[in-house]
Design a protein. Structure first.
Length: 215
C-alpha cells in the first residue's frame, strides 16, 4: 500500500451504483483480510466489475480505503443523531442520551469490531490514513459531542472549561472497558438493555460531575 499517497475525496462517479458496489466489496475484503493483501483485481471480482472500472473510479487502493473510512464515519455520525434542529428541541440529558446510544450501538456492530481487530495495524503503517481516519472518525465524534457540551455550558446547563476534554470524559464513561471485551470476543452478545444502562449511567455521572453550582 502506498504510504506516501495522501487520501482525498473523489468527485461524484459517473455510475453511482457501480461505485457503491466497489466500496462495499472493498470494505468486505479489507475487514476480512486486511488492506495489504487485498488487490484491486480481487476488489473488481468481488464487485462484479472490470479492473478498468475500478481504476477509473478510484485512483488507487489507498484512496479507496480512505473512501471506505469516510463512508463508515458518516454512518457513525448518522447513528449519533446529530441534527441541530432536533437538538434544539431536546434537553441536555435527552441529547446526550441519544448521542451515546447511537455511538455505543454502532461500536458494538460486527463491522466496527472487525474494523478495530483487522485494520488498526493497517492504519499504524500508514500515518496519513491514520490521520484521515482520526479526523473523520473518533476526532469528529469528539468534536460533535464537544459542540453540544459547549452550547450547554454557554446556556448555563453545566460548567466546563474544556469542551473537548469533557467530551473525552463522557465517551470514556460510556465505553469503559467494553471495547477490550468486544475485541477479545467477550460479551459479544451485548443487547440494547446493556447499552441503554451503560449510556444512562454515564450521562448521569457526567452531569453530576459537571453540574452548574449555581443551578
Amino acid at each position: 500500500m502506498n504510504k506516501a499517497a495522501e487520501p482525498h475525496r473523489v468527485g461524484r462517479p459517473r455510475d453511482v451504483a457501480k461505485a457503491e458496489r466497489i466500496v462495499e466489496a472493498a470494505w468486505e475484503l479489507f475487514l476480512t483480510h486486511g488492506v495489504e493483501v487485498v488487490s484491486m483485481e480481487s476488489i473488481a471480482r468481488q464487485a462484479g466489475v472490470s479492473k478498468v472500472t475500478v481504476y477509473a473510479t478510484y485512483t488507487d487502493k489507498a484512496q479507496l480505503f480512505a473512501v471506505c473510512l469516510q463512508r463508515e464515519m458518516s454512518r457513525i455520525e448518522s447513528a449519533q443523531g446529530i441534527y441541530e434542529r432536533q437538538a434544539e428541541h431536546q434537553g441536555l440529558y435527552e441529547t446526550l442520551h441519544r448521542f451515546g446510544i447511537g455511538l455505543m450501538t454502532f461500536l458494538a456492530t460486527d463491522s466496527a469490531i472487525s474494523f478495530y481487530g483487522t485494520l488498526a495495524a493497517e492504519l499504524r503503517r500508514s500515518p496519513l490514513l491514520a490521520k484521515s481516519f482520526w479526523d473523520v472518525g473518533p476526532g469528529k465524534t469528539q468534536r460533535n459531542l464537544a459542540d453540544i457540551l459547549s452550547r450547554a455550558s454557554h446556556q448555563g446547563d453545566i460548567t466546563i472549561d474544556d469542551s473537548l476534554e469533557a467530551a473525552e470524559t463522557l465517551i470514556g464513561l460510556w465505553q469503559g472497558l467494553s471495547n477490550f471485551q468486544l475485541a477479545l470476543g467477550i460479551d459479544r452478545e451485548r443487547d440494547d438493555d446493556v447499552i441503554e444502562a451503560r449510556v444512562k449511567r454515564g450521562v448521569e455521572v457526567f452531569l453530576r460531575a459537571y453540574a452548574n453550582p449555581q443551578s
